[in-house]
Design a protein around this ligand. Sequence first.
Ligand SMILES: NC(=O)c1ccc[n+]([C@@H]2O[C@H](COP(=O)([O-])OP(=O)(O)OC[C@H]3O[C@@H](n4cnc5c(N)ncnc54)[C@H](O)[C@@H]3O)[C@@H](O)[C@H]2O)c1
Length: 388
Amino acid sequence: MNEKRVSIGMVGYKFMGKAHSHAYRDLPMFFPGAPAPVMTAICGRSVQGVARAAKQYGWDGYVTDWRELLERDDIDLIDINAPSDAHKEIALAAAKAGKHLFCEKPLALTLADSREMLKAAEAAGVKHMIGFNYRFAPAVQLAKKLVTEGRLGRIYHFRAWFLQDWIVDPEFPLVWRLQKEVAGSGSHGDLGAHLIDLAHFLVGELSEVIGMSETFVKERPLPESMEGLSAKGSKDAPRGQVTVDDATLFLARFASGALGSFEATRFAPGHRCTNSFEINGSKGSVKFDFERMNELQVYFTEDGEDVQGFRRVLATDPAHAYSDAWWPPGHTIGYEHTFIHEVLELMQAFEENRQPVPNFTDGVKCQQVLEAVELSVRERRWVRVDEL
Ligand SMILES: NC(=O)c1ccc[n+]([C@@H]2O[C@H](COP(=O)([O-])OP(=O)(O)OC[C@H]3O[C@@H](n4cnc5c(N)ncnc54)[C@H](O)[C@@H]3O)[C@@H](O)[C@H]2O)c1
């Protein structure tokens, strides 16, 4: 392959498929120095749907069976945006075919499957990336910089919550995200996985956890159609069991000695996508809320007593990550830009001949914590992460 052009075959074209397609299209316009992703082919099961998506998103071609993507010599990387139960089979086959991998989170349904995927990618010697896109918000990168440079001092607390409300209505249909055999878990693996990855990225590894979990609505009507976080259904439709958690909360101890608290729920009315964290250290604190993703609230203990308080830093100046590629200071960016920065990292990894970060190793670490929490919920006890 040509390291300056990476040819992509993408599986799944709805919520994440659209976000990734958009990132591939925008990257060369704003980051022309990076290798250009070539949008070679996408895969979906419905020929009409995938043909329409290919045209709308700007892909050169489409197929209806992902195996066809693996057989093609003109495709370097397989980008997996199908529901979580499909990740493992596609990733293992793609690695075997010598294709590089980009997979949405959570990596797989179980820790054992995630480990198998990492092993397969390493054995094949291919690049592997996981889609923890929130790392790539400039304000989150700023939080990371302040922690790494010691400007917050010794870290005492990481407090994180990811709150949504899209299934509060008990008549909202039983979409794939509410079925354990497809999603692995509910709020925990969907929202909690992002918080765990941010904790790993910003503060370091977790050593032990204790959690609690609840499924508030246990039966829902079967859906007529679904996409991303939306679905159509009717009250009269047959019902099925919800087999995942609606909310999972846990406490954690970091290997560094810092303490963590985590809350993931889809039952917080008014919270559409409140993905937030706060870090408290000996020299200061930071606060982030994804719904105001351009901002980081920053507090330094060394500020003069007369002006102490949280300040709002708008992370759009040239001093902030990625910002010189975008608009003048104060001209904010959005959700889709996290994916453009994610794809930038992926493309730079090709240019620099290294693994992108975060990769399947980070996916496995996240899954290990997810399962440690699940074990703790089942056995009602503290669980050491290295028990798993
Ligand atoms: N990074 C994030 O913040 C984020 C956000 C949403 C979803 N996700 C993850 O992305 C993945 C996809 O979620 P989504 O919200 O895009 O789902 P979605 O339901 O919107 O889209 C799934 C797509 O996969 C296709 N698909 C399903 N099985 C397939 C198969 N066997 N072959 C080919 N295509 C198949 C569907 O037709 C659809 O196009 C999940 O693993 C999810 O956890 C990550």
